[in-house]
Design a binder for this molecule. Structure first.
Ligand code: GDP
Length: 210
């Protein structure tokens, strides 16, 4: 598919039907692995819900699943009718008192999912552009490397910092991505509030499931 066709298809797919399917607290609850999946992960407060809403052009989508007590579940969204692929919203991490450690429950759930899921085509690993990569993100990158799940690092909230600072964090992130086996060389810069980078992200998702 040409870049132009990919772009058009991405626009069409993301403005079409997208529906919350289910929350899965464990492997037994996963939907059947019948279509490709794209997962979203990131530290709590990184802007994951906002990005999911901006990406899909709808306001309440991510909130549907973010009801309290459901924070340790994988949330599945069906994209397209007939179904084309699924978006998987992973629980946020790095919120506990020991911010450097991934919570045990999070690690167990996510590791199980990452390792056994052949339909998982790519993960979008969100990083706040003001903070850059943290040790807890590096732990997740290592998990993805070990599970051989390809991932894009996605910088969020780009409207919050100056362009020169953004360039610097982008360069640092790029350099670090080079040292990770499963990290995709393309790092995306986004702002859900300003709408920046959304179309590139949609195209990257479509490219990953192609
Ligand atoms: P989550 O915990 O990762 O789902 O993060 P949320 O999407 O709930 O966002 C956390 C906070 O960051 C909220 O106050 C959002 O309004 C804010 N936020 C999210 N994305 C952006 C963005 O692109 N720009 C700015 N300026 N703020 C953002």
């Amino acid at each position: 598919m040409s870049d132009e066709d990919l772009d058009l298809r991405a626009r069409k797919v993301f403005s079409g039907p997208i529906d919350f399917l289910k929350s899965a607290p464990g492997l037994r609850h996963l939907p059947g692995p019948t279509v490709p999946e794209i997962a979203l992960a990131g530290r709590s407060n990184v802007g994951k819900s906002s990005l999911l809403n901006a990406l899909t052009n709808r306001n309440g989508l991510a909130r549907t699943s973010n009801t309290p007590g459901r924070t340790q579940e994988l949330n599945f969204f069906d994209v397209g009718r007939p179904l084309i692929f699924r978006l998987v919203d992973m629980p946020g991490y790095g919120f506990a008192k020991a911010p450097k450690d991934l919570a045990r429950k999070w690690r167990l759930l996510v590791n199980d999912y990452l390792r056994g899921r052949a339909v998982l085509k790519r993960t979008l690993l969100l990083v706040d552009s003001r903070h850059g990569l943290k040790d807890v993100d590096r732990e997740v990158m290592k998990m993805l490397d070990e599970a051989a799940v390809s991932y894009h690092l996605v910088l969020t909230k780009s409207d919050k910092i100056k362009p020169t600072e953004l360039d610097a964090v982008l360069e640092r992130t790029r350099e670090e991505a080079r040292t990770h086996a499963a990290a995709h060389p393309l790092i995306l810069t986004t702002s859900s509030h300003a709408g920046q980078g959304m179309q590139e992200l949609r195209a990257a998702v479509l490219e990953a499931i192609a």
